[in-house]
Structures are given as C-alpha cells and as structure tokens.
Ligand binder design. Structure first.
Ligand code: SF4
Ligand code: SF4
Length: 186
C-alpha cells in the first residue's frame, strides 16, 4: 500500500517538475521569430546573393579566374575602332570590352567573397538577399549581362569585319616596310 502511494507521489512530482520547466520557458524572452512574417535584420556586410552592375563591369575576368568553384562564366567581345557606338564605362572612360555574357551559378557559389575583393571597378557586390530559392537548378543561374542578342550579334560582326581589315592593314604595312628596306639596300 505504501509503495502504491509512493509511486503516485513520484508520478505527480515528475509532472510538476516537467511543468515547472515548461512554465519557465513559456514566460522567458523568445529567441525565435515567426519567419517569414517576421525577419531578423541582416547586417549590411552580410555575404548573400551577388549582384553585378553591368555598367561597371569591364570584362577583365579576374572574378572568374579567382572563383574557387568556377561558378562565374564571362564571355567578352573586343570593342573595335570601327564601332560607331564608341561605348564608355560608368566613369566616362572608353569601354574596351563588351560583356555579352556574365552568369553566376548560385547553386555552386560558396559566398567566399573573393570575386568582390579582386574586382577593380566594384562591379560585383554581395547583397543582403538570401531568399532566392528555386524549384530548378537553372533557376539559380543568374544572367547579368544587359546586352540583347541582336546587339551581341552586331558586335560580333563588327569584330569579324575589323579582324579582316586589321589583317589587310598589317599585310600592307609589312609590304611597305619590305619595299623600304629593299630600296635602302639598293
Ligand atoms: S563568392 Fe566566391 S564562390 Fe561565389 S562567385 Fe564569388 S568567388 Fe565564386
Ligand atoms: S565583375 Fe569585376 S572582376 Fe569581374 S569581369 Fe567585371 S570588372 Fe572584372
């Protein structure tokens, strides 16, 4: 009989003990929030999704070279002297390279920040955006170039045209130089 009451008391005491801990946490300061209705403030120096400003990018490819996981793909087209557009950079200096493709695969990016460190024009920067999940892997590949397919085609044609012209000019110059040297010998 005594054992019976002892067991009842132990059962009751255990419940009280458990409820004491529950009650303590019920009135304690909350450390969790109701995401996504509430959000913690993100520090401005947080290394989340990257953003490229195409106007500042000069196509130097330093970011792609230093990226430890090769998640940056950059394609470039040389700006040729016959380009009537005479493109300029954000600071007014002449643009030497077009950037028809600048892709970042955020499924591979490890947010090390090396690309932002080496960029000479501050074109690539981390943002505080961490909410960019996607149902597909392709959805995590961001295309930053602002060139249209028509413009890319036009610039490729200009480059091909200029390459032929440049070759002809070089051949002409070499011919003139050899004529000069043969005249000097005679
Ligand atoms: S943060 Fe690091 S891993 Fe991500 S793109 Fe830049 S260099 Fe590559
Ligand atoms: S983002 Fe910066 S480092 Fe990368 S290609 Fe553009 S200018 Fe060069």
């Amino acid at each position: 009989m005594i054992d019976y009451f002892k067991n009842v008391w132990t059962w009751f005491y255990t419940i009280l003990l458990g409820m004491r801990i529950t009650l303590k946490h019920l009135f304690a300061k909350k450390v969790t929030i109701q995401y996504p209705n509430e959000r913690y403030p993100i520090p401005p120096i947080a290394r989340n999704r990257l953003h490229l400003d195409p106007e500042r990018c000069n196509g130097c490819m330093q970011c792609a070279r230093i990226c430890p996981v090769q998640c940056i793909t950059v394609e470039t087209i040389k700006v040729v002297p016959i380009d009537p557009e005479k493109p300029t950079m954000f600071d007014g200096s002449p643009r030497k390279i077009w950037v028809p493709r600048y892709d970042i695969d955020f499924a591979k990016c490890c947010f090390c920040g090396l690309c932002t460190t080496v960029c000479p024009t501050d074109a690539i920067k981390h943002t505080i955006d961490f909410e960019y999940s996607s149902y597909t892997r392709e959805g995590l590949i961001y295309h930053f170039s602002n060139m249209t397919p028509e413009k890319i085609e036009e610039k490729k044609k200009l480059l091909a045209e200029w390459t032929i012209k440049e070759k002809a000019l070089k051949a002409e110059k070499a011919k003139q130089d050899s004529n000069v040297s043969s005249n000097e010998v005679n």
